[in-house]
Design a protein around this ligand. Structure first.
Ligand code: UDP
Length: 327
């Protein structure tokens, strides 16, 4: 039972991680600048406002809370934006993480759980994506995440920092209790954008390209429920506490869904049509990203429980019909 510093704890995945940590008996201390997250989402432990680019503020928070470990979620995470504004991604994600890692090492906090991404594998259709696959990012978001993975390895060699690196596939759904969920302004991710289109909150969904080399021409992704994903983080924390050493884990289910298949699945769950049009491809998109690893299951004992497409859409749909965060 310990204080865990959760950067980005006011964001979508970070807030669900805080809930899972609190349920496991820990105190999640959120560090967040509330630039894309929501103070309303911080319900399971204290909120420390601050920016990762502010090293003095980080030192203050480490001194106040003496965390036993860091879970690092805070990041800019939009593929399209990263292609248009790479500097923003290198500064916030890479420089911010460097500050955080140095502050953690200086505070003697040497257990580190990091949110990385399957996008670091790039575009390798036909290749089974396991943790030993080549990393060849094709967008600045993924490049920034891979740089942080490299940084963690260098700090392990020099300073003994131990890390569990999770490479997420596509995270979806919302807290099964309906207490917290996903809210981005503007929304760019497929499932919430699709729900906004159904609700008439946007002018329909644009499908980013239907001329890919896939059975229906749209991109294929591996979707995992946010509550399953954060369960893996608690297991990852225990892994480090048990002294098992640094490890990388893919977090995906191994099932691929095309954009069209997600739209079809949502029709069945919501009983509504998704108004949509076909647009051009989005820069930086890989054709297909599906996990080909069972390492998280076999080594961590991770068993996804809600990661079937219908449940993910149903949980997201329920959340989006409720009261959104206002602050
Ligand atoms: N996508 C889409 N329209 C949208 C948002 C996403 O067609 O409004 C597609 C996107 O091109 C990708 C998939 O849906 O193939 C998942 O995209 P998302 O942004 O949700 O996650 P990413 O894979 O970029 O992390």
């Amino acid at each position: 039972m310990a204080n865990i510093l959760v950067t980005g704890g006011a964001g979508y995945i970070g807030s669900h991680a805080c809930k899972a940590l609190a349920q496991a008996g820990h105190t999640p201390v959120t560090f967040d600048n509330i630039s894309t997250g929501w103070a309303d989402a911080v319900r399971f432990g204290p909120l420390e406002r601050g920016d990762l680019l502010d090293r003095a503020r980080l030192d203050e928070v480490f001194a106040t809370h003496q965390p036993a470990a860091v879970m690092h979620f805070a990041a800019l995470s939009q593929v399209g934006e990263s292609m248009a504004q790479p500097g923003k991604y290198w500064r916030n994600n890479v420089s911010g993480s460097l500050n955080l890692i140095e502050a953690a090492v200086d505070a003697g906090c040497l257990d580190f759980v990091f949110s990385s991404t399957c996008a670091t594998y790039g575009d390798q259709d036909g290749v089974v994506l396991d943790e030993n696959s080549d990393q060849a990012p094709i967008n600045a978001y993924a490049a920034s995440k891979r740089a942080i993975e490299d940084m963690l390895r260098d700090f392990e060699n020099a300073h003994g920092l131990r890390s569990v690196i999770f490479r997420y596939f596509n995270v979806a759904g919302a807290d099964p209790d309906g207490e917290i969920g996903e809210q981005h302004i503007p929304e760019t991710h497929l499932i919430p954008a699709m729900i906004e289109a159904i609700q008439g909150k946007r002018d329909g969904l644009t499908v980013f390209g239907d001329d890919y080399d896939t059975p229906d021409g749209t991109c294929i992704r591996d979707y995992v429920h946010v509550s399953d994903l954060v369960d893996a983080h608690v297991l990852g924390l225990n892994w480090l506490k048990d002294g098992k050493g640094s490890r990388v884990f893919n977090l995906g289910t191994g099932s691929g869904f095309s954009v069209r298949e997600v739209i079809d699945a949502s029709r069945a769950v919501t009983n509504r049509e998704v108004p949509h049009t076909i647009g051009p491809r989005r820069a930086g998109d890989a054709v297909k990203l599906v996990s080909g690893s069972t390492r998280a299951a076999t080594e961590l004992g991770w068993t996804p429980k809600r990661s079937d497409m219908a449940t993910m859409i149903a949980d997201a749909w329920r959340w989006h019909q409720g009261e959104p965060y206002s602050a």
